[in-house]
Design a protein around this ligand. Structure first.
Ligand SMILES: O=C(O)COP(=O)(O)O
Ligand SMILES: [Mg+2]
Length: 231
């Protein structure tokens, strides 16, 4: 039985990819799910303050932020090597990138625009021991080569959860790492092809609509179970 759902944020809980507007119907369906005892976590490439602030106001049960490097589930865990801000600036100017406004609040995983990785960047990253990823929203630079996987592993340890009790839903390449430890892997309809290829289920709807569709299927199944067990 699914006890925890991991939600990517950008492109998944938003109304579309490349939008920052949250899908309010998807958020309401998450509340319905939580009222049935299923826990909800944000697992995102966003900075810790943004992720934790959002999770608090959305009533989420915790977060994995900075693409796996920071975990909060009642207490904080920091899992990656910090990047010196001088290196961040060097990377930005060397490749003519614009740093994310959240970079001043980041320690382990930094974001840049445009979100495309080029071969010279890959060469530089390899020489300097970094890993590059793209979410479609931003290009990410980190020493962490395992991405969201390390944060999700920590979260499951903290919650003493088995992978089979976990579902994850996302839209981009950076969610493939999150899915590695999820018993049920869900991709939204407008997600990256590589993610859809490893998913157990691809929703009919895009982004937030797809989230609502998947959650309602669980909510209905749980209601069905409860009705069967009530005399
Ligand atoms: O920070 C990003 O680039 C995207 O964040 P996400 O992991 O919630 O999609
Ligand atoms: Mg995303």
């Amino acid at each position: 039985m699914i006890k925890v759902i991991l939600f990517d944020l950008d492109g998944t809980l938003t109304i579309d990819r490349n939008s920052y507007l949250l899908d309010l119907d998807a958020l309401n369906s998450i509340r319905d799910l939580q009222s049935l005892g299923v826990k909800a976590f944000l697992v995102t490439g966003n900075s810790y303050p943004v992720s934790r602030g959002l999770a608090t106001y959305l009533g989420m049960d915790g977060v994995v932020a900075e693409n796996g490097c920071v975990v909060y589930a009642g207490e904080e865990h920091f899992l990656c090597k910090e990047i010196d801000h001088i290196i961040v600036k060097e990377f930005e100017s060397k490749f003519g990138l614009k740093g994310s406004w959240q970079n001043k609040f980041r320690k382990y995983d930094f974001g840049f625009y445009p979100p495309q990785i080029t071969p010279p960047m890959e060469e530089w990253a390899l020489e300097n021991g970094f890993s590059l990823k793209t979410s479609g929203y931003a290009l990410h630079l980190s020493y962490n080569s395992q991405g969201k996987l390390i944060g999700v592993r920590k979260l499951l340890d903290l919650l003493k959860l088995d992978e089979k009790d976990v579902a994850a839903i996302g839209d981009s390449l950076t969610d493939i790492d999150m899915m590695k430890l999820a018993g049920v892997k869900v991709a939204v309809a407008n997600g990256d092809d590589e993610l859809k290829a490893i998913a157990d289920l691809v929703t009919k709807g895009k982004s937030g609509e797809g989230v609502k569709e998947y959650i309602m299927s669980i909510v209905n199944a749980l209601h069905g179970r409860n009705q069967r067990t009530c005399p």
